[in-house]
Design a protein around this ligand. Structure first.
Ligand code: ATP
Length: 301
């Protein structure tokens, strides 16, 4: 009989592993095509984060040896600050996020958090310090409560409710016939882009990490939803070191530092006001987006 059941056991294990793998990938910027390549150095200690300062020092990197993506890139995110990464598609913004989460190691240069080189610490401990709100979260085929508590199985019901409230999704959940027990995902209730993002926000608030990576949705949300989400995202970045990847500049205009990227390099850096004054790439992008927005408003009228 055991002979008969072993393959079934195996199948269950494979299924769970794949499912887990897929979700973990999805959590990280839809990295479905990424394989975990990095290994811990033997005896790597856990990272200890007291002052969540994130520093990229002369980082060069490419996914393939013959195609360099990041070129000698340096920037600092001071503890508690919000640092935005903006720039044209393919500039390397998400790549920075993947390196910070250590899906890959840089070719040269280093990335430190609170003075510790992230390639020298345990990956698990590193990832516990970083929360991610991806552009498009994939949810588990499980209850909405489970999806919020994911990674924090020990969270109390009260804590899950509070996180949902802070992510402004509590009224939506309590109005569902089965509340937090409502099944979501492919085989359950389908959530809108905005609702999924709120689940990701609630999950991050519950995890309560000192560092967060926000990857702004590229898909258009209607402007009211966008305003609501922005207000909730502010809550996520409060008191945390935040790296915000943005496409619409209006969403990061109040960031402490805006790094403008082009072809794997930071070409401008500063506050919104200073970058407008500098009248370079950022100003050009800003003016273009302002014009597009007013054209859309006119078209809607
Ligand atoms: P977007 O605004 O479109 O999201 P981005 O600035 O975030 O763009 P990245 O996703 O960092 O850009 O990609 C930078 C470059 O790296 C692109 O040219 C892309 O083709 C390449 N790239 C991204 N992921 C991989 C990968 N897994 N393997 C090989 N090349 C990749």
């Amino acid at each position: 009989l055991t002979q008969l059941f072993r393959p079934l056991d195996m199948l269950g294990w494979v299924y769970r592993t794949i499912r887990q793998g897929l979700i973990d990938m999805a959590d990280m910027f839809n990295l479905m095509d990424t394989e975990a390549e990095v290994k811990d150095v033997p005896g790597a200690p856990a990272i200890v984060v007291r002052h969540p300062v994130v520093v990229f020092e002369n980082v060069s990197f490419g996914y393939d040896p013959d195609r360099q993506i990041l070129h000698d890139l340096s920037f600092e995110a001071p503890a508690g600050a919000t640092v935005a990464l903006v720039g044209p598609s393919g500039a390397g913004k998400s790549t920075i996020g993947r390196l910070l989460f250590r899906f890959y190691d840089p070719w040269s240069g280093r990335i430190t958090i609170d003075g510790q080189d992230i390639s020298q610490v345990g990956q698990e401990s590193l990832r516990a310090e970083i929360g991610i709100v991806p552009q498009d979260s994939v949810l588990f085929n499980d209850s909405i409560g489970y999806n919020i508590a994911y990674g924090r199985g020990d969270a109390s019901e009260e804590a899950v409710r509070r996180a949902a409230a802070d992510a402004a999704i509590l009224p939506f959940i309590t109005a569902l016939p089965h509340g937090f027990d409502t099944q979501v995902g492919e085989r359950g209730l389908k959530l809108s882009g905005g609702e999924k993002q709120r689940v990701a926000i609630a999950r991050t608030l519950l995890k309560d990490p000192p560092i967060v990576l926000l990857d702004e949705a590229t898909s258009a949300l209607d402007s009211r939803t966008e305003q609501d989400i922005l207000a909730t995202l502010k809550r996520v970045s409060e008191h945390r070191t935040t790296l915000a990847i943005a496409h619409r500049l209006s969403t990061i205009a109040d960031a402490d530092i805006i790094n403008v990227m082009e072809a794997g390099r930071i070409v401008e850096s500063g506050s919104h006001a200073r970058l407008l004054q500098a009248d370079g790439l950022y100003a050009e992008m800003w003016n273009r987006q302002q014009n597009e927005a007013s054209e859309e408003r006119e078209a809607a009228e």
